[in-house]
Write a protein that binds this ligand. Structure first.
Ligand SMILES: Nc1ncnc2c1ncn2[C@@H]1O[C@H](COP(=O)(O)OP(=O)(O)O)[C@@H](O)[C@H]1O
Ligand SMILES: [Mg+2]
Length: 256
């Protein structure tokens, strides 16, 4: 099972959009995917069609219930989810009282013996608190979505500093699967300038796939469907399928 956190401490950088639609595109390619929604906002949970969950990521992090009992089927075939619940807001305070609070998720995932999934994708909140640190400690790899509207280089450089610290102190094997440029407006010079500078600075760490700006991606959450079923022929669906192919191609070079 490849464990990948989708992270960027900047809000609105397409983390949730990338988590849900990459999960769906991987499932379409016959991979079994588990998504953990670590964002108290619960956008991924809602998008995946899970309504009013009473237990989920909070219980996962606070050692209350067996992890298996927290898994819900989503509306997307092949994608399961440990949902975010309202109480997750209080998780950081609760975790802060515990020993080795940053590695709780890692220990709990290790307990999910004989994992039924090929991929575990973890959506993270837009902060670098204990929830995100738990995701970084538990993951093998990161996918970093970057919004091509804004000059996001400084934010990505900061994230890479964090990854180095995590490598030293928490998780030496954490690597970057890739940075993905999102909301790329192909009609503007500005977007291609941002993508060019990303590629110049981070070279091969940037996925070839660029996710174009596509209104259908913004509509899909209201219908609780990933883009692959909401509008299978949209550019959003094509782009996330292309991203999934790149992620799948990485398997050749690693032990899965
Ligand atoms: N490729 C895209 N085209 C159009 N809108 C997008 C695209 N990607 C993300 N969005 C929109 O941008 C906003 C932020 O995306 P979201 O995935 O919620 O970011 P995050 O989880 O990082 O906060 C949302 O309103 C979402 O619908
Ligand atoms: Mg989000």
């Amino acid at each position: 099972m490849r464990i990948i956190a989708v992270t960027n401490q900047k809000g609105g950088s397409a983390k949730t959009t990338t988590t849900v639609n990459l999960a769906a595109a991987l499932a379409e390619a016959k991979k079994r995917v588990l998504v953990i929604d670590l964002d108290p906002q619960g956008n991924t949970t809602s998008w995946l069609g899970i309504t009013a969950p009473d237990r989920g990521a909070l219980e996962l992090l606070t050692d209350i219930d067996p992890p298996e009992s927290l898994i819900r089927e989503s509306t997307t075939v092949g994608v399961d989810c440990i949902p975010s619940t309202r109480g997750l807001n209080g998780a950081e305070r609760q975790l802060a009282r515990e020993m080795s609070a940053e590695t709780t998720l890692k220990r709990r995932i290790a307990g999910m013996a004989g994992a039924r999934w090929d991929y575990l994708l973890i959506d993270t909140p837009p902060t670098l608190g204990l929830l995100t640190l738990n995701a970084l400690a538990a993951s093998d790899e990161l996918i970093v979505p970057v919004e091509a509207h804004v000059l996001a280089l400084a934010g990505v450089a900061q994230l890479f500093d964090t990854v180095r610290t995590v490598n030293e102190r928490l998780n030496p094997s954490l690597t970057i699967a890739g940075i993905v440029a999102c909301r790329v407006d192909t009609r503007t010079r500005h977007a291609s300038d941002v993508v060019d500078s990303l590629r110049h600075t981070f070279t091969s760490q940037v996925f070839k796939t660029e996710v174009r700006e596509n209104i259908r991606l913004a509509e899909a959450p209201s219908f609780h469907q990933p883009i692959t079923t909401y509008d299978p022929r949209s550019t959003g669906a094509l782009d996330y399928r292309a991203l999934a192919r790149e992620v799948l191609a990485q398997e050749a070079g690693r032990h899965v």
